[in-house]
Write a new protein. Structure first.
Lengths: 919, 173
């Protein structure tokens, strides 16, 4: 056992005194202050005790406690309490006092800092009426406190005032020989000055260093906002703003399509990542892209920015081709069908696109081929041969998902050509063992095929220059910057842009006639072509980096394609393209305690949300409330019910409803006269402040954080009503009735402000509030201008409409039922070997749910018949001992029919045909 | 906060009769109203008292060394964790990460009340971490995930999602 101490360190006084008092055998080593004794602490901390076990104790109190215990003196609870008080209350004050006395020469001011703890100690000693803290004998607590206070109490120049009990206690402990000798060892008789070199190495104390320890994940809005103080001037300014009333500027008119960039306006182009067409989006997709982009777009329009929001379905690729084959349709028909599914889901969620297009259009071909030729001409494309599997029977190369085989890593028998569903590793198709063509089940052969590559290394310097500028001037989320950096750090490699497929944009180069563009090259061009389908003047948006600011919304898995690969295509094309200025990427939203998974069908999917009977606005609210902003978060049914009931119903809805009801009940539906008092002005200042915070956060796309300030406002409002009790005052005399009027009037105006702030989040509720209040349309474009102005928009005499409750309670049994209904099969453990299919989310209750996609009872009936017939046929062939190849082919047909049947019934077919496309 | 922690701790310890608490001062230091004596003051002190009341002395450490280690981390909780600034957070996580490198629990191989209280105290920090930071402090994250799933510990706190597969080490090609 070894004790490490340093001279002039007041904490060492404690342990040396304890060592002497207890007489424990232990070697002592003096080191200097900077010596790092405890291996796991980044800052040098002394004293430290190396225990026989090899562990280090680094807390002086714990060391003292240990020394006392091994000498047979266990500490009592009272003793614990003093030690805790010493560490949490006395030490911070002492540190500050010593800092002032030793380093700043402000010895005379020390008593202020120490007054509190000394008084507390004095009172406790007086009240106890015993010579020592713990009674009649000296204890660990006496020793620790005495040693802690020794530097200040032994210095008479500090004038700490009269603390009779403390002083006599202090002298009593000092008379123990070991204590004074320890003090002599540490301070060398130099008093406070003996600690100078130690104090100089300590970080300056902070007087008020408490951090908000409220956990913030689940409840960003519940943080106890300390009472904010406003000066007279601030309150008067708030009252002045309020009195200005609504602006007389013309009311925002309806959008005139096509929206084009305008001189002198802030021109904002918003895109959300293009959802892949044959996957039904789940809640995570919705919050990650379209919903976030929608909230920001709605907000931007309120701010009077000239804004265009485009999105569409990404439709090319093997996944669609496979799906088509499975369903016996053409790829185009599959796309048409699922495009409609997407449209209806987003419509239900009230995603207000200016245009929702698709990638399988002529414009796509035109623009993609144009970019291709430009890249070609500028020398950014290189040719290379790639070894690929080819099915001689089908006469084609088997890209990605057209081949299956045994995973070379984990031996999973149904690994696909690009990735194994079981171990998740990326696979090069030629590495698959026992590969099979997915169409005819023949064994393919390895052939080489010529492909074109985008020469990313050649564009790297240009890219880095642009990134430097874009990330430093724009609002890129931290994860977006981080992911981009890690790509660049690993070095860029040429990326293949062509594919041996049918369903894609054809490569126009004559040497690559049979090929199409790889989706990662093609899909982002969709943003341009979709805009081109919206307006012929699309280049005013996309070839106009000086006038246009581009915002890309996506989940983080999509970042590299938007920050590295697509910008390289556009930079290499050298056609003055608009590149992304603000890249907004969310983290992942989990479902309950697991992941949403397209392939395993875990989670709530877009088309089911409306079957829950919960309004779209409530879904929007909750998804935005748990938006994975800066960290992963989780969707949970129980939490959704809780937030609905606590935030929407009890806080927001309750306030707005009460404000409106008071006007209706007490003032015959007319807003009463308001005479503002100090308290009201204070509230106006507070609400104004919250509004400004909201605007600052929304400008930076901190959508979840901004929502917190809306809820804060209604919390303030509820408190204001609660304190002023207008329902009582209305029954009082004239002054009291007047007061009730002011409180009601201010409250109903706050409700009006809330409706505006809510508009991006809950458009329908927002409109309902304004309808109920009969609010003038101009309130919408007044209050969110500039840094935010909270004005009186419902003046005295304004007649409101009919007020009714905005939200409904979500009952526990209702939520339990929903959880069950959507959760049955979703408890599949993550390690399950057989993944489930993509497009049709497997829910236990799928047959109860009116599914938009796939489920078709009529078709199911026909297929049941077909399965039975095919089954008979196979059995007959087997009985006849027919050729193996013939039987295999018929079995394949049977399996396919069964799959289709399962899909038609909305169940999960067993072997996984595919998974969501990996871009 | 502290009161909710104590009530969670009571539940974990299986104490049937909930104690009466109040708080004192700006920092809301918890106070236990004790029937058999003067009130007890301070989170760590009360927590140790509850452990004794529940007759679970092993939770305070099974050897003198471990008892000192437990008290040290309880003190760390009420000093370093409860008053940390933004700059402190990184140091705290880094230090703890190194400390936990070769340990299952704060006191070595044995679960103690220090794990519970440090878990409660570090929860707000963990909630704020991005995925890549959680990966950076992998030992803290492992320990934290272990404690939050320790039967009966979590109670009043929401679970923090910890991904088991690493995202940020592998390359994205």
């Amino acid at each position: 056992m070894k004790l490490f101490v340093s001279e002039g360190n007041p904490h060492c006084l404690k342990v040396l005194a304890a060592l002497e008092v207890t007489g424990v055998q232990c070697s002592v080593q003096y080191v200097n202050h900077e010596e790092k004794v405890v291996p796991f602490l980044s800052r040098p901390v002394l004293p430290a005790l190396l225990l026989p076990s090899g562990l280090h104790l680094f807390s002086s109190n714990a060391i003292c406690r240990y020394l006392f215990e091994v000498s047979g003196q266990e500490s009592s609870e009272l003793c614990n309490q003093w030690l805790e008080w010493e560490a949490t209350d006395l030490q911070p004050a002492l540190l500050q006092a010593l800092h002032m006395a030793v380093l700043q020469g402000k010895g005379s001011e020390v008593s202020k800092v120490l007054q509190g703890p000394l008084k507390f100690l004095d009172q406790s000693l007086t009240k106890g009426g015993k010579p020592y803290l713990n009674g009649d004998t000296v204890s660990l607590a006496d020793l620790v406190l005495w040693a802690a206070l020794y530097p200040v109490l032994s210095d008479s120049s500090l004038a700490l005032g009269e603390h009779k009990s403390v002083n006599s206690w202090f002298d009593r402990v000092a008379s123990i020989h070991s204590c004074l000798s320890a003090a002599q060892k540490v301070l060398q008789g130099k008093g406070l000055q003996g600690m100078k070199s130690y104090m100089q190495r300590q970080p300056a104390p902070q007087s008020n260093q408490c951090r908000d320890t409220q956990p913030c994940n689940s409840n960003p809005a519940e943080g106890e906002e300390g009472e904010r103080d406003f000066s007279e001037e601030e309150m008067e300014a708030a009252a002045l703003t309020w009195s200005k009333g609504l602006s007389t500027s013309p009311v925002v008119t309806d959008r005139q399509h096509p929206i084009l960039p305008q001189e002198g306006k802030r021109n904002i182009l918003v895109t959300s990542a293009l959802p892949y067409v044959n996957n039904v989006p789940h809640l995570g997709n919705i919050i990650g892209c379209v919903l976030s982009a929608d909230v920001f777009s709605r907000y931007g329009r309120l701010r009077d920015w000239n804004l265009l929001f485009v999105c569409g379905t990404d439709e090319y690729g093997t996944a669609t081709e496979n799906k088509a084959r499975e369903e016996g349709l053409t790829p185009q028909l599959i796309c048409d069908k699922y495009h409609a599914v997407h449209s209806s889901i987003y419509k239900w969620f009230q995603i207000d696109f200016d245009f929702f297009g698709r990638t399988t259009t002529e414009k796509q071909t035109e623009i993609a081929q144009n970019i291709f030729w430009r890249l070609h001409k500028n020398g950014f494309l290189v040719e290379d041969t790639v070894e690929q599997l080819r099915c001689e029977n089908c006469q084609r190369f088997l890209a990605d998902r057209f081949v299956e085989g045994i995973c070379p890593h984990c031996k999973y028998p149904e690994a696909r050509g690009d990735q194994c569903d079981k171990c998740g590793r990326l696979i090069n198709a030629v590495e698959l063992r026992e590969p099979q063509c997915k169409v005819c089940r023949q064994t393919p052969v390895i052939r080489s095929s010529k492909h074109l590559f985008l020469d990313l290394p050649k564009l790297e310097t240009q890219l880095e220059q642009w990134l430097e500028k874009s990330t430093s001037t724009g609002d890129w989320t931290a994860n977006a910057k981080q992911i981009t950096r890690s790509w660049l750090r690993d070095g860029l490699k040429p990326r293949c842009i062509t594919r041996d497929l049918l369903w894609g944009t054809p490569v126009p180069h004559p040497d690559f006639k049979e090929k199409v563009f790889y989706v990662w090259f093609d899909a982002p061009i969709g943003y341009l072509s979709i805009t081109a389908n919206y307006t012929d003047k699309w280049e005013k948006w996309w070839k106009n980096p000086h006038q246009v600011e581009l915002y890309n919304f996506m989940a983080k898995d999509n970042v590299p394609f938007h920050s590295v690969v697509f910008p390289c295509s556009l930079l290499g094309a050298q056609d003055n393209y608009t590149l992304v200025n603000h890249l907004v990427a969310t983290e992942y939203l989990n479902y309950e305690d697991t992941k949403f998974s397209k392939s395993r069908g875990v989670g709530v999917f877009g088309d089911m949300a409306k079957d829950t009977g919960i309004p779209a606005d409530v879904w929007r609210f909750y998804l935005l409330y748990v938006r994975p902003e800066g960290q992963d978060s989780a969707f949970s049914w129980a939490d959704m019910a809780l937030k609905n009931n606590s935030e929407l119903l009890n806080n927001l809805g309750n306030f707005i409803n009460r404000a409106g009801m008071f006007v209706a009940k007490f003032f015959e539906g007319c807003v009463p006269v308001m005479e503002l008092q100090q308290e009201d002005k204070r509230l106006l200042a507070l609400v104004g402040w919250e509004l400004q915070q909201y605007i600052q956060l929304m400008d930076k796309v901190k959508i979840r954080d901004a929502l917190k300030h809306i809820l804060n406002i209604s919390r303030h409002g509820n408190q204001y009503i609660q304190v002023n009790e207008p329902w009582k005052k209305i029954k009082g005399g004239d002054t009291e009735r007047q007061r009730a009027g002011t409180v009601t009037g201010v409250s109903v105006n706050i409700a009006c402000l809330l409706s505006v702030m809510l508009m991006p989040y809950m458009p329908a509720v927002s409109q309902t509030i304004r309808d109920q209040l009969n609010a003038p349309q101009s309130c919408v474009n007044t209050m969110l201008q500039g840094t935010g102005t909270f004005v009186c928009s419902l003046c005295a005499g304004h007649r409101i409409g009919t007020v009714s409750p905005l939200f409904q309670k979500l009952e526990a049994d209702q939520i339990e039922a929903l959880k069950k209904r959507f959760g049955g099969q979703q408890k599949t453990p993550q390690s399950t070997a057989s993944p489930q299919p993509a497009a049709v989310p497997a829910t236990a209750a799928a047959d109860e749910v009116a599914m938009v996609n796939g489920v078709d009872p009529e078709k199911a009936k026909q297929l049941t018949q077909a399965v039975a017939e095919q089954g008979d046929k196979v059995r007959a062939l087997k009985a006849q001992k027919a050729e193996k190849a013939v039987i295999t082919a018929e079995v394949a047909k049977l399996l396919d029919l069964k799959k289709q049947l399962a899909l038609a019934e909305g169940k999960s077919p067993e072997p996984a045909p595919q998974k969501g496309k990996k871009k | 906060m502290a009161l909710r922690e104590l009530s969670s701790l009571e539940k974990y310890l299986g104490l049937k009769k909930p104690n009466k608490y109040s708080t004192q001062g700006d920092k809301k230091v918890p106070v236990l109203q004790n029937n058999n004596g003067p009130p007890l003051l301070g989170l760590a002190t009360i927590a140790c008292h509850l452990v004794k009341e529940a007759k679970r002395p092993e939770l305070l450490g099974d050897t003198a060394e471990n008892r000192a280690v437990v008290q040290q981390w309880l003190e760390y909780r009420v000093t370093r964790l409860d008053s940390c600034t933004k700059e402190d957070i990184k140091i705290i996580l880094k230090d703890l990460n190194l400390y936990l490198q070769d340990k299952v629990y704060l006191a070595g191989n044995q679960f103690t009340v220090a794990d519970t209280l440090v878990y409660y105290g570090i929860h707000p920090l963990m909630v704020d971490l991005a995925v890549q930071e959680k990966e950076q402090y992998v030992n803290v994250t492992r320990w934290f995930d272990h404690i939050q799933h320790y039967p009966g510990v979590r109670h009043h706190l929401p679970p923090v999602v910890v991904l088991r597969n690493r995202i940020y080490t592998s390359r994205h090609h």
